[in-house]
Design a protein around this ligand. Structure first.
Ligand code: GLY
Length: 349
């Protein structure tokens, strides 16, 4: 299992992580944005002196086979072997694509993740899901293979805009909802307008620990790891609709709205408490705003949900909660229930 390090000193922790991975050559993968904003915080660390840089274009639209091919080419031309080491410095796109490039080059070399966004700190960089988008579908090709180490340094978050901070925060709310009422209440209280970075660091550590517990139990998503899909069946549908309508939204915003939908479905199907649903709804509306839909969008949203790759046999599959921390995986819902869920979302978000 991977070593998740909450950095006290990035220099010391990275030096330790690199030296515990014996290697012949060292590569660093960044995108054009993290090269500019984040690499300067790492470049001066002595263990990085001989690193060969590989830089790819930023944003999810470049999480493609073409970009992956440029990374493989750079590794080949740079003399990489199975004993080389790759450091992925960036958001989820860099850690997913870089993790996949490293996992497949010469049948696999070791890699270290240094996530630089809140979303990648609490979700993408932990748990070994690597991959690229393909054929118009997100994360269609990939493997499960964990980084040797994941270094979490919330200093990087100071360069993040509010929207990206909120985007990652939605995944933290998801982790809290599948964990405990205390974790959930703490996140509902946290002031996102005046961020206390020391407290945020603790919340990030707690959030990652929740994910780690689940992934350790079920690394390849045969069972309980599906809990991490809470909010994502409806969330992905809203994200796809937004994209199709030319009003794309950040992943975490769609997850926040998806959580509202699926907590309502949980209320309908598994008795989730109405009061907790209402409090979460207020938090989401207050911070993430609304995402207007009309009844005309229902069929398209339903269609997206039926095509979710987590489904089997055409039945829409949800992870629901009977209460905070009381997880019910593999819950199918009828079309009528899904329509009622969309009514609730349309009227409230
Ligand atoms: N993002 C959900 C998972 O890692 O399983």
């Amino acid at each position: 299992m991977q070593d998740i390090i909450l950095c006290q000193s990035l220099e010391e922790d990275l030096t330790q992580a690199v030296s515990s991975c014996p290697h012949d050559r060292l590569f660093v993968l960044t995108d054009t944005e993290t090269l500019r904003h984040c690499w300067p915080l790492v470049a001066g660390i002595p263990c990085m002196r001989d690193a060969q840089m590989i830089t790819i274009p930023a944003t999810d639209e470049h999480k493609t086979l073409e970009t992956l091919s440029t990374v493989w080419t750079a590794l080949q031309q740079g003399g990489a072997s199975r004993h080389s080491l790759m450091v992925n410095l960036g958001g989820g796109m860099v850690t997913d694509l870089g993790g996949f490039a490293a996992s497949t080059f010469k049948r696999g070399m070791a890699y270290i993740n240094i996530p630089t966004t809140l979303l990648s700190m609490v979700d993408a960089s932990v748990g070994g899901k690597t991959g690229i988008n393909f054929g118009g579908l997100k994360n269609e090709i990939g493997v499960f293979n964990c980084a040797q180490s994941v270094l979490l340094d919330t200093t990087f978050l100071r360069t993040l805009d509010r929207q990206n901070l909120l985007s990652g925060y939605a995944e933290m709310i998801k982790h809290a909802l599948i964990s405990s009422t205390e974790d959930w209440a703490e996140l509902m209280r946290f002031d996102l307008d005046q961020v206390d970075y020391a407290l945020l660091q603790q919340l990030v550590a707690n959030s990652v620990a929740i994910k780690e517990r689940i992934v350790t139990e079920d690394p390849t998503e045969k069972g309980i790891r599906k809990a991490l899909n809470l909010g994502h069946t409806a969330g992905h549908a809203l994200e796809s609709l937004a994209l199709a309508q030319g009003r794309p939204v950040l992943h975490g915003y769609a997850v926040a709205w998806g959580l509202v939908c699926e907590l309502y479905l949980s209320f309908l199907r598994t008795g989730f408490p109405q009061r907790t649903l209402q409090q979460t709804l207020q938090f989401v509306r207050g911070h993430y705003g609304s995402f207007p839909i009309t009844c005309k969008h229902y069929d398209q949203l339903y269609e997206y949900m039926t095509h979710d790759k987590k489904n089997q046999g055409g039945v829409v599959n949800f992870t629901l909660l009977a209460n905070v921390g009381d997880i019910r995986i593999n819950q199918s819902a009828s079309k009528e229930e899904i329509m009622e869920m969309l009514d609730f979302f349309r009227e409230n978000c």
